[in-house]
Write a protein that binds this ligand. Structure first.
Ligand SMILES: O=c1[nH]c(=O)c2[nH]c(=O)[nH]c2[nH]1
Length: 287
């Protein structure tokens, strides 16, 4: 039997990093989770045990901390680009770097140095850079929980011998949006872009009269592409957080869409992507 080494990469996952910027008594906080993953001339480390081509994962972690001190952390995409380019440019054996960063929000609670963790979505990005100078940036968010208490119908679907679902012309539509969007270029105002993409997603969710969550997903992705020229593709994952009308008849009560059981699982899972017809090739952006 002959065996060969397949695709591989290695790095430090989930380096938790908090950067405080002190502006007199007013402090600014960045709370991020950095994962770097490198690939390149890694045959020897797997096949012979020689580590000569390996930049240790410990060094990758230290680089994130040192760069946070030296360069600060503003937009996560810019920090990820800085790290990815550094790893590839400084080490001839490293041909490709992938850097993923999650950012947790903190809100000020008065005074200059007190914060409460934002209970809302997590901002994310994934950056790739290779030694040919090819670079990709995907921004995103996870767990943006939204609900419409009306303007949602679902009917006209296939009915077979196992179908029990009743058609509805008025239901709750709720989901926790995970969305990732690919930038056409690695040069962008990532802070502004994030805020506006997030707002477009919310506006489209709120403003779409929905005949299915699939239709809502498509409307949300389309709204982003229509309003944000720097974005060429949006991928979304939206669990259908079912709300079932509770039968109150045993208690002599009617229930005209007022009392619901918010089910936890199972849930429908709607996934899809929307992209410009002329979107540039994604290459490794989604890996
Ligand atoms: O928006 C929906 N899409 C579906 O595909 C589906 N299937 C289902 O049972 N309920 C729903 N709702």
């Amino acid at each position: 039997m002959s065996v060969i080494l397949g695709p591989n990469r290695y790095g430090k996952a989930e380096t938790r990093l908090v950067r405080v910027v002190r502006d007199g008594g007013v402090h600014h906080l960045k709370d991020i989770n950095v994962s770097s993953s490198l690939s390149g001339e890694m045959a020897a480390v797997h096949l012979t045990g020689s580590n000569a081509a390996v930049l240790p994962t410990d060094t990758q972690k230290n680089t994130a901390y040192a760069f946070a001190r030296k360069h600060g952390v503003d937009q996560i995409e810019d920090f990820a680009l800085l790290l990815a380019r550094h790893f590839v440019r400084s080490q001839p054996t490293i041909h490709h770097a992938r850097v993923e960063i999650d950012e947790y929000g903190w809100e000020r609670i008065g005074g200059g140095h007190s914060f409460v963790r934002g209970g809302r979505e997590v901002r994310t990005c994934v950056v790739h850079h290779d030694r040919d100078g090819r670079t990709s940036v995907v921004s995103g968010l996870k767990d943006l929980v939204v609900l419409n208490s009306t303007d949602s119908e679902f009917h006209g679907y296939i009915v077979d011998e196992y179908t029990t679902l009743r058609p509805t012309t008025d239901r709750i539509l709720a989901t926790a949006v995970t969305a990732h969007w690919r930038h056409a270029s690695p040069e962008a105002d990532f802070g502004k872009s994030y805020a506006e993409v997030r707002q477009s997603l919310l506006d489209a969710f709120a403003g779409t009269y929905s005949l299915s969550l699939q239709q809502t997903l498509y409307a949300m992705g389309t709204r982003v592409l229509e309003s944000r020229p720097e974005v060429c593709e949006v991928r979304m994952r939206m669990p259908n957080k079912h709300h079932f009308l509770v039968d109150l008849e045993p208690f002599g009560l009617d229930n005209d869409n007022e009392v619901f059981y918010a089910a936890d699982r199972p849930y429908g899972l709607i996934e899809g992507s929307v992209l410009r017809e002329d979107a540039p090739d994604a290459a490794f952006a989604w890996e």
